[in-house]
Design a protein around this ligand. Structure first.
Ligand code: UTP
Length: 292
């Protein structure tokens, strides 16, 4: 079992960039090829040894809860039709040894507030946070959160997943800065949410993977609304940094920003090109496309 047992999935955002698709379903239920975004994230957590999945859900929660529940009618029908392989796929969305907990965030007050809603399920232990709209793919290697658990085991401190971005994009991310300790590891001395390019402390952006110590909850309780008038996780991490060391880990793998339309389309194309069933046909289709 992993030293990090609990994974939190904040999936209560409004998903305004994907309206009207997200009017009645959560953004995290949009599919990349043949699986909803949320399933890529839960599979990443389960493969890293986590056995308790905490979903912070909002208004459009039903499809997410149903996706992780037993589907009696569907499973009976598939069984009667001898569709055994498909039945197995449906039953294995999560292994039966994994517990799913659903907590309602009644108002979308921000990512920091969503993480605070997880406190009753997390208690006093370190936990992972995965934002499913950041789909991170590391072909043949350890997943992003698995890599971060290994860093946590060594450092016993909060670890933030980071990536180099164009400085002109700094106002879309939390940005971190601090002394480099190894090729892919730095200490976090500064962290700021969505700074303008002129104010960005570096070109290192926070992406949607965190391992946090439970000390974050006390900080979140007193965090006021920040960028975008939302309660920002970044601001609470900046407070936590004053009392605990925090590290930034630049993971191996490719990240798709599936919260944006272009990132979502890129993920669909690239995952399809790796897909056992369709890679060859899809490659052929792309070759024949007349792009002019
Ligand atoms: P985003 O910043 O992508 O916001 O949230 P959003 O509402 O999902 O999407 P846009 O920007 O309006 O298109 C980052 C993550 O934090 C979650 C979201 O579900 C997403 O996984 N979140 C955000 C919450 O769970 N609650 C909130 O109040 C805000």
């Amino acid at each position: 079992m992993s030293s990090i047992r609990i994974a939190v999935f904040p999936v209560a955002g409004l998903g305004t960039r994907f309206l009207p698709a997200t009017k009645a379903i959560a953004k995290e239920m949009l599919t990349v090829v043949d699986k909803p975004l949320i399933q890529y994230a839960t599979e990443e957590a389960v493969a890293a040894g986590m056995d308790t999945l905490v979903f912070i859900v909002g208004r459009t929660k039903n499809a997410i809860i149903d996706h992780y529940d037993k589907a009696y009618e569907l499973e009976t029908e598939l069984s009667l039709r001898n569709k055994d392989a498909i039945l197995k796929m449906v039953q294995e969305v999560v292994p039966s040894s994994v517990n799913c907990v659903f907590i309602r965030q009644s108002e979308a007050l921000g990512l920091g507030h969503a993480v605070l809603c997880a406190e009753p399920a997390v208690g006093n232990e370190p936990f992972a946070v995965l934002l499913p709209d950041d789909l991170i793919y590391n072909k043949g290697g350890a997943s992003c959160i698995q890599q971060m658990v290994e860093v946590y085991d060594e450092k016993q401190a909060s670890i933030i997943g980071t990536q180099t971005v164009a400085i002109t994009d700094s106002d879309k991310y939390g940005m971190v800065a601090g002394p480099k300790l190894a090729d892919n590891l730095a200490r976090v001395d500064e962290i700021v949410e969505k700074p303008s390019p002129a104010e960005a402390p570096s070109d290192q952006a926070v992406v949607g993977r965190y391992i946090l110590t439970p000390g974050i909850f006390n900080k979140l309780r007193t965090t006021e609304r920040g960028a975008g008038n939302e309660i920002q996780l970044t601001d609470a991490i900046a407070e936590l940094r004053k009392t605990e060391e925090i590290f930034a880990y630049s993971f191996e793998g490719r990240r798709f920003d599936c919260g944006s339309k272009i990132g979502y389309l890129e993920a669909n194309v690239e995952i399809a090109l790796q897909h056992d069933e369709m890679a060859d046909d899809f490659k052929q289709y792309l070759k024949n496309l007349n792009l002019d």
